[in-house]
Design a protein around this ligand. Structure first.
Ligand code: AHN
Ligand code: ZN
Length: 330
């Protein structure tokens, strides 16, 4: 009743204003009705630290195994129905490693699904590091940041459900064991299109539920570094232009317009490439782009990618934006 009244006033005031202003006022009144939980940047930051505390999350290692178990337990503790998709994959340097995609389904009875994803493995070598290209790297931003934002969203999903959609959180494994800079391109293993993104390729061909699909997906990759900017990644624009508009529009409305820049950049091969191309689910990649350095940033695949490049305000901007998109979904 109260909202109807405000709506009428809004329309009446709108008549004397220019038409664009009028629609804005009506829309704001309607959206105030929806309760979006507060995304806590401190909590998300803690989830980055927690992942790093296990050690390097390199497939086949004990730290990787323990991190995986932690992620399964976290999703279960938030009330999700969890599927562990275990398989073995070959790497370009001749190893056979056990991989595990971890899927948490929230409100499985809802038919309209939104898919949120990030990769949980870390790269076995910091091949772009000028001093130690063979050392393993922490991957605070490359991997842990996206997972941390999703763990914080999961915490909120346990407290309140979006009205119109169910949510599937997928932690993809084996994203970051692609060829080293020093080796260059190597022909992929049979059945794969790339040495990168092994988990998302596997899932896209073997979904956790045979007829699974989603209305759309959002991938988070490198979403926590200081001074991050999120430009529109080219494949996302090509495959999911409406979702791009929704995310960048929402970020702008929330006051994050200086972080989410609505300008298109090049296309990159990331987990969303396979979800778009093989699973045929329109998926957007929110990923750091540096206008000077290019995609990712100067810390990328170096030993600099550790906890001290993480900014909880960036995690918060991304998390709050994604939450608004899913809680407002019609
Ligand atoms: C390329 O380097 C072309 N794709 C890998 C994307 C990536 C690596 N995301 C995180 N690490
Ligand atoms: Zn990487």
């Amino acid at each position: 009743m109260k909202y109807k009244f405000i709506l009428i006033i809004g329309l009446a005031v709108g008549i004397s204003c220019e038409s664009t202003k009028k629609t804005e006022e009506v829309r704001v009144v309607q959206e105030e009705n929806i309760d979006v939980p507060k995304f806590n940047g401190d909590s998300a930051y803690f989830f980055v630290e927690k992942q790093l505390s296990f050690g390097y999350r390199i497939p086949g290692t004990n730290a990787h195994f323990q991190t995986g178990d932690f992620l399964v337990k976290s999703l279960e503790s938030r009330g999700a129905e969890v599927t562990e998709q275990k398989f073995e994959a070959e790497t370009w340097d001749g190893q056979k490693v056990p991989l595990r995609n971890i899927i948490g389904s929230f409100f499985p009875e809802k038919t309209k699904r939104i898919l949120l994803a990030a990769h949980w493995d870390s790269r076995p070598f910091a091949d772009k590091d000028p001093i130690s290209p063979e050392m393993p790297m922490a991957g605070a931003n490359d991997g842990a940041s996206g997972v941390a934002v999703l763990l914080e969203i999961a915490r909120n999903l346990a407290l309140s459900a979006p009205e119109n959609v169910g949510i599937d959180i997928i932690f993809f494994d084996g994203e970051d064991w692609g060829e080293a800079i020093s080796t260059g391109y190597i022909e992929p293993a049979p059945g794969y299109e790339s040495w990168w993104c092994l988990g998302s390729q596997y899932w896209s061909k073997n979904k956790h539920k045979p007829n699974y699909s989603a209305y759309y997906g959002i991938l988070l990759d490198m979403v926590g570094a200081k001074n991050s900017k999120f430009y529109v990644e080219g494949l996302s624009q090509r495959f999911a232009p409406k979702v791009v508009d929704r995310i960048w529009g929402m970020a702008n409305k929330l006051g994050y317009g200086s972080i989410f820049i609505n300008s298109k950049q090049g296309e990159i091969t990331d987990d969303h490439y396979f979800v778009n191309n093989i699973a045929r689910i329109p998926m957007v990649d929110i990923v750091h782009y540096d206008p000077v350095y290019g995609y990712f940033g100067d810390y990328h695949h170096t030993l600099k990618d550790d906890i001290d490049i993480i900014d909880k305000n960036i995690l918060q901007a991304v998390g709050q934006t994604v939450q608004h998109v899913i809680y407002y979904e019609k």
